[in-house]
Each structure stands twice: as structure tokens, then as C-alpha cells.
Design a protein around this ligand. Structure first.
Ligand code: NDP
Length: 294
């Protein structure tokens, strides 16, 4: 078993991004700038946004965190997004999900100018990704593809089984793995909670991507010998063992599955770190105007 080490890969790619950011800053007279809007005080969201902001600073980006209480209206949030859309000094805008129930996440996603949509959730970016056109790719699947590329894993002709069909992870992952490129060129099975015999499907996977949101859901009896296992899950549990007061678990039973896998991502230290890299890459591209001209 070999580890798909998010720490190693993210550090290497972040060094490259840092150099490119410095070049951009020297030319443009300002840093690439990411704005993150956070509504409410969900513990997970707070941690993710803080980490995104910290990583922006690390690679030489400017980052702004705009915070609102849970009582902000949908109209007020959209008005702020429209203001940011018009601001030429802001390259990327993300609105951290989940949002309070009275705010429609689809409306918010579509209010963001697709040229600043560095989360890659806007239907224009998703449509362009489907057609293999330049676009912002959702950060988690993008990060996973970079990880496979870094380790030179040839995915061509392999059978990939994705568990979970969310708009932000499972579905885009299935599109990217099926694309005519390497990494890519997989035969893909996309599974979900209505899949009839999940175990049989997952057992067929040369590559298994688990994006379910259930601790240790993928067990060793579900995975074929030599499979490449990508664990997207981040399941937080309170713990007295850690300083933060919680512990993270993946969707894969790492201890047992790692005995069968040829490659596997740990949690933490795997896909989560690559997601940040995906976001930083998209923000840099947004600043440089290489995907959509400014
Ligand atoms: P969602 O809750 O949006 O989607 C979960 C998916 O899993 C759904 O498609 C659901 O099926 C499927 N599912 C749930 N139960 C089962 C089951 N028993 N059998 C088969 N499929 C099932 O989650 P996300 O995609 O947003 O996130 C998934 C996990 O990844 C979470 O732990 C999340 O925290 C983590 N995550 C990690 C990131 C990272 O950077 N590492 C980034 C984003 C998410 P159905 O559609 O039928 O309901």
C-alpha cells in the first residue's frame, strides 16, 4: 500500500502557486484576491473558511472574509454578491455552504459571476466542464485529479466507482474521471443511496472514490485487492484526545481497507488539503484571466 499524501502534494503545488502569485503581483501591482462569505457560525464552516484564508496568505494572495449572522436575508446576500461581481480588485468569490434554510443555495450560486466562481459550482462552469472546455473545476474533484497526476497514476481504462452524487463532489468527480484525458479515460459507475447492490458495485472498482459523509462506511469487504481508494469524507466527532476538541474520520475504514488497497488517501492529510489547492489554483487562474479573459 502506498499513501496518496495530501501533505506532500499540496506543499509542492502551493510552492508553484506562490511563485506564480508573486509574478502576478509584480505585474499587476496587486495580489490575487479571494473573498469568502460566511453566514452563521457552523463549526465546520468556520474551520474551512479559516483554513482557506490562512492558505491564501501563505501563497501570497489577499483574502477577505465577510461574515453575516444567520438572519441576513437572501436579497441582502445577493446584493453583496452583485457588488463584489462589479469589483475589479476581487478575482474570486466563494460563499461557504451550508447556508441557513431561508436562503436558496442555487440562487446564491447563480448570483455569483461565473468568471469569479472559483468554487466551480455555477451551472456555466459545470456545463463547460461537462463539455471539456476551460472552466473552474470544483475544488475537491480538481484536487483529486491533481493528486492522481502528481503520483503519475495511469487511470486510463480503469473502472472507477464513485460513491455519492453530490453537485460538489460525486457528480463532477464522475465527469472528470470519464473525460478523454489522463487522469481520466475511466469507465465510471456513479452510485448513491438508491443503488441496488452497493457492495457488488464498489467491488468492481479499480478506483473507488468515497464521498458519502458517513464514518468508515466503506469497509474492506467492499474493496477489491489492489484498488486505488480516495476518501473524500470528513466526519467530525467530539473528542477529548485532541486540542481542537474534535477528531476527523473519513468515509473509508482506513485501517482495514489500507491492507487491500494499492494506493489510499488518509483522513486527515489527504483530499481535504488538495481541496484547498484546487481553490487556490482556481483563484490564481481567475486573477490571471487565463480561463475567462477579463
Ligand atoms: P452530500 O451529503 O451532499 O452527498 C452524499 C452522497 O452520498 C449522496 O449522493 C447520497 O446519496 C450518498 N449516500 C448517502 N448515504 C449513502 C448510502 N448508504 N449508500 C450509498 N450512497 C449514500 O455530501 P458531499 O458530497 O457534500 O460530501 C460527502 C463527504 O465529503 C462529507 O463527509 C463531506 O464532509 C466531505 N467533503 C469533503 C471535502 C474535502 O475537502 N475533503 C469537500 C467536500 C465534502 P443520495 O444522493 O441518494 O442522497
Amino acid at each position: 500500500m502506498r499513501l496518496l499524501d495530501g501533505k506532500e502534494v499540496s506543499a509542492k503545488i502551493k510552492e508553484d502557486i506562490k511563485k506564480e502569485a508573486a509574478e502576478f503581483t509584480a505585474k499587476a501591482g496587486r495580489k490575487p484576491h479571494l473573498v469568502a462569505i460566511l453566514v452563521g457560525n457552523d463549526g465546520g464552516s468556520e474551520t474551512y473558511v479559516a483554513s482557506k484564508m490562512r492558505n491564501c496568505e501563505l501563497v501570497g494572495f489577499e483574502s477577505t472574509n465577510i461574515r453575516y449572522g444567520v438572519d441576513i436575508t437572501e436579497e441582502e446576500l445577493i446584493a453583496k454578491i452583485q457588488e463584489i461581481n462589479q469589483d475589479d480588485t476581487i478575482d474570486g468569490l466563494i460563499v461557504q455552504l451550508p447556508l441557513p434554510k431561508h436562503i436558496d443555495p442555487d440562487k446564491i450560486t447563480e448570483a455569483i459571476d461565473y468568471r469569479k466562481d472559483v468554487d466551480g459550482f455555477h451551472p456555466i462552469n459545470l456545463g463547460r466542464m461537462q463539455r471539456n472546455l476551460p472552466c473552474f473545476i470544483p475544488a475537491t474533484p480538481y484536487g483529486i485529479m491533481m493528486m492522481l497526476e502528481h503520483y503519475g497514476i495511469d487511470t486510463s481504462g480503469k473502472h472507477a466507482v464513485v460513491v455519492g452524487r453530490s453537485n460538489i463532489v460525486g457528480s463532477p468527480m464522475s465527469i472528470l474521471l470519464a473525460r478523454n484525458s489522463n487522469p481520466g479515460n475511466c469507465t465510471v459507475t456513479l452510485t448513491h443511496s438508491r443503488t441496488a447492490d452497493l457492495k457488488t458495485e464498489v467491488l468492481r472498482g479499480d478506483i473507488v472514490v468515497a464521498a458519502i459523509g458517513k464514518k468508515n462506511f466503506v469497509t474492506a469487504d467492499m474493496v477489491k485487492d489492489g484498488a486505488i481508494v480516495i476518501d473524500v469524507g470528513i466526519n467530525r466527532e467530539n473528542s477529548t484526545e485532541t486540542k481542537s476538541g474534535f477528531k476527523l474520520y473519513g468515509d473509508v475504514d482506513f485501517e482495514e481497507v489500507s491492507k487491500k488497497a494499492s494506493w489510499i488517501t488518509p483522513v486527515p492529510g489527504g483530499v481535504g488539503l488538495m481541496t484547498i489547492v484546487g481553490l487556490l489554483k482556481n483563484t490564481l487562474e481567475a486573477a490571471k484571466g487565463t480561463i475567462y479573459t477579463k
